[in-house]
Structures are given as C-alpha cells and as structure tokens.
Design a protein around this ligand. Structure first.
Ligand SMILES: Nc1ncnc2c1ncn2[C@@H]1O[C@H](COP(=O)(O)OP(=O)(O)OP(=O)(O)O)[C@@H](O)[C@H]1O
Length: 351
C-alpha cells in the first residue's frame, strides 16, 4: 500500500527573535540622558527554533513562563517579524502576507477576546463574516455546524461583556473558526473554565483535529495536552529541548510506574511481596485489601510485579497508573532536560 506523504503546513528553521529593551535610569534625569545617549540591551526570546508541523497534527507547544511560546506563535501568525530564520505557514511567509495568512489561520487567546466587547455575539460574528468575505450560504452553514458542537444559539443575542468565561470561550472559538482556517493556534483555551466546559472545549478541539485541522496548542494545563495532542514540543529559554511523541517522552523521562491492586482478603504481609521485588516500593493502602507497587520500569516489568503479588495474594482488580506528562514538564522546569550539544533535540518519530 502506498501512503501519501504528509503535507507540511508549518515549516520553521533557525527562528530567532531578539527584543531590544531600552536601558534607562529611572526618573526625569534618566529619560533625558536616554534621549541624548540611547542605550539598549538585547533579550533573546526565541533562540534558533526548528519546527515542522504536518497537516492535521495537534502539537502541544509547552514551556515555562517566558520560554518564548507566545513570541513563536506571534511570528507564526505574522504579528512579529523574526530577527533571523525562516517561517513558512501553508506556503506563505506570515509577516509578508499578513492578510492572506489571517484567512488561513485562526487564533484563540484564552485570556483575551476577539469579540467586540459591547456588541452581541451575533454582531461580532457578522463583522468577522464580512471581514473574511464569507458568502451568506457558507456563513449560515458554518455557523450551524459550530452551533451544533459549541451550543451557540443562546449566546448569539448576548453582549460579549455579559458572557460568563465559559460562554465567552465558546463564542471566541466560533469567532476564530468561522472562516474554517486550516491552522488554529490555541493559547490557554481552557484557562479559568470549570471541568464540564473544559471537557466540551477539549472534545471540540479533538473533533477539529480529526477533521484535518492543524492545531498548535500553548497551555499550562497538562490535561489539555494529554487530551488533545500526541506530539509535544517543549521549549525552554527560547530553544527546543524536546520534540516528539507524548508517550515516548513519558517512557524516556518518567521511568517510575505504579500498579495498584485490590485483594480478595487482607494483606498477607507487605514484606513478603517486597522481598520478591527488589528495588520496588510496596505500600499497603488505607484498608488492608489495597496494595500499591511503585517500580522502575527499566528494571522490573508489570508482568513480574503481577506474578509477585499473585504468589502471595488473590487479586480482585488491578490497574497500572500511567505517568503524567506533568512529571516530565516538571523535570524541564527544574532544568533536568536540556538540548543536546549542537542544538540537536530528542525528535522522535511522530505518527
Ligand atoms: N515585546 C517585547 N519586548 C521585550 N521583551 C519581550 C517582548 N515580548 C516578550 N518579551 C520577552 O521575551 C521572553 C519570551 O516571552 P514569551 O511571551 O514569548 O514567553 P511565553 O513562553 O509565552 O511565556 P508565558 O507562558 O508567560 O506566556 C520573555 O522574557 C519576555 O519578557
């Protein structure tokens, strides 16, 4: 069988952004001196990023505060001009073709709205319809589809400033997707939302990806990532420190795994099980029919753990706790994951 090659929609090479900040002593004297003798310091926000995203991929773009995530997304959406490097989004250089790029891209900022604050949602959507030059039939059709998944009907007559945060996010998603962009940048799309609305937004984005939209997700909410993305790009201090499959980053960087058991009768003795599993931590739960074994997956397998517990007790139920991506990201934040010398990164195969 011949597989079609995936189409690359976002292609970034050696991308850099250096901000110049004025160096000025405080007060009037400082301002006057700055006028006569301007001094600037340079701040490297994005420091040579290479990134390639295929059509229909959902990529989490993650990193600590100030890592350079928003600066990258601003360069991808044409708001900022890079200091060096190449950016190509759907065949366009975003900062040179801002209008055309905006037609193909949708941006959602969880912390800001693109709705007109004093207008009913319907008016904002109609303004966007006109800005994007959408015909009446296409507008009606897209709005009906968005209404179906986002439940917009009740929100349309409401003035944006009167919407709750969750309603505002649903309306903002509709505003960003009205023109059916091929690429969507989501910046903290679930921030401040309650669990039920978060779930709704996440399943909406999953559906978007399943329909072939390319999504780049910037978030501090790691559950968003686990729910939506298979690939994760972690950046720190403007550089990519990991780019690969979410599962493999967990497998590579989180060696610890846990298995929990529910036993038919009281524990036969934690020590006896521990003796069969050198290096593992065996703990009794709150009642003596629960048992948790934590082990290094490089030295012990789930099968050996199961066999050791079975040899001493009758098992009613068991489950394996998956390592959370949180643990990996915490390592990055603690500086334990660094780029390879020479700028190489841990790029894994992405399926
Ligand atoms: N317009 C600007 N002028 C000067 N420095 C800037 C500007 N925008 C961003 N920076 C600096 O560049 C660095 C990267 O900022 P950026 O907003 O891209 O980080 P981020 O990863 O999005 O952070 P956060 O998670 O807090 O949103 C920071 O040190 C920031 O202070």
């Amino acid at each position: 069988m011949v597989h079609a090659r995936p189409v690359t929609l976002i292609q970034v090479a050696g991308l850099r952004k250096v901000f110049r900040k004025p160096e000025k002593a405080p007060g009037l004297r400082g301002s006057l001196r700055h006028l006569l003798q301007r001094r600037f310091s340079e701040h490297v926000a994005v420091d040579g990023i290479d990134l390639s995203v295929a059509q229909g991929e959902a990529v989490a773009y993650v990193g600590p505060n100030g890592a350079g995530k928003s600066t990258t997304v601003k360069m991808l959406s044409g708001i900022l001009v890079p200091t060096a490097g190449q950016v190509l989004v759907d065949g366009l250089v975003p900062y040179r073709a801002r209008v055309e790029n905006a037609r193909r891209v949708g941006v959602v900022f969880g912390q800001r709205t693109q709705l007109w604050w004093d207008l009913p949602v319907r008016d904002s959507l109609e303004l966007l319809r006109d800005m994007h030059g959408l015909g009446a039939a296409r507008y009606r059709e897209t709005l009906a589809r968005l209404d179906d998944v986002l439940g917009l009907a009740d929100l349309l007559p409401v003035v944006a400033r009167k919407l709750s945060l969750g309603q505002r996010m649903r309306a903002d998603l509709a505003a960003a997707l009205l023109h059916e962009p091929r690429i969507v940048y989501l910046d903290e799309p679930t921030i401040g939302l309650d669990i039920a609305v978060k779930d709704r937004v996440r399943s909406f984005v999953r559906r978007l990806v399943a329909d072939g939209t390319t999504v780049m997700l910037t978030t501090h909410d790691l559950a968003d990532i686990e729910d939506i993305c298979r690939r994760i790009v972690i950046i720190d201090a403007g550089r990519v420190v990991y780019d690969g499959d979410l599962q493999s980053v967990k497998d590579t960087h989180v060696r610890e795994r846990s298995m929990s058991f529910e036993l038919a009768a009281g524990l036969p003795g934690v020590d006896r099980i521990a003796a069969r599993l050198p290096g593992a931590q065996v703990r009794a739960g709150s009642d003596d029919r629960e048992l948790t074994v934590t082990f290094d997956r490089m030295t012990l397998g789930a099968r050996e753990v199961l066999a050791a517990v079975l040899a001493e007790a009758e098992i009613v139920d068991m489950h394996i706790d998956e390592p959370a991506i949180e643990t990996v990201v915490r390592k990055v934040y603690a500086g334990q994951l660094r780029p390879e010398p020479g700028g190489g990164v841990d790029r894994e195969t992405v399926s």
